[in-house]
Design a protein around this ligand. Sequence first.
Ligand code: AKG
Length: 262
Amino acid sequence: MNAANPRAQFEQDGFFIAPAVIPADLIARVRSRIDAVYAGEYETGIPPCGNPKGAKEPPTALVKIDNAHRSDRTIYELVTHPALGKLAAAITGAKFVQAFAVQMLIKPPGGSDTGSVGWHQDQEYWDPCLEGELFTAWVAISDVTAESGPMRFVPGSQNWGLLKAGDFFSANLDALKQRIQQKSGGQAWREVAAVLPPGGVSFHHRLTVHGSGPNLAALPRVSFAIHLRTEKSRLREGVRWQDAGYLNDFNDPVGSPVCYRE
Ligand SMILES: O=C(O)CCC(=O)C(=O)O
């Protein structure tokens, strides 16, 4: 791991694991707002995608709530924290970094594979709408240990091209691995777990293969995946924002806040 040169590390591996960059007091405030949003309390009056009425019971499967930063000011503060934007710019060499979608993720304890995320490349989901330099900052809110089902990255897979062989929503990681390896032409497969303290952040390229297994720890694994773009990205010709699902219009400062500008 080349911690002294995050950009070189990101280019080589397709991901970079940073130490804690978000202050502990903000993480603590965000943690309580996650429970509020999960329960359906929307501070700004704007509901997130995928949780219209809120939930009464603790989750038993992976919870993925999109764009909670539009619903809650503390979560917006996390997404726009200057340390995050600065590091994102350093990793990519960008002049401009903007968030265009945010996933709030709760992986419940209990070891069930309903908490797993299947191997995939993020670009599989964005490709119909977006092109260019896109990547993700994944922020740990809880302590993400080897037992809690951390994200795992396949180093170098950002160079395999867009394979369209993954599936975020499948728990059959072995079958997906086989399919992806086959489509990649039999590339060597190695996995690195992104173990992170609360406030720690990992960054991954749009084509890096990643997934995660069940949470075998005692507490929920809680995080945000903040999807980012640089000035070298764009909405595809002919695509309209109203057809872009959970992706926020780049011209909407609430949905797509600017995280860094040179
Ligand atoms: O949280 C996970 O385990 C997977 C998240 C993910 O797929 C992403 O951040 O792109």
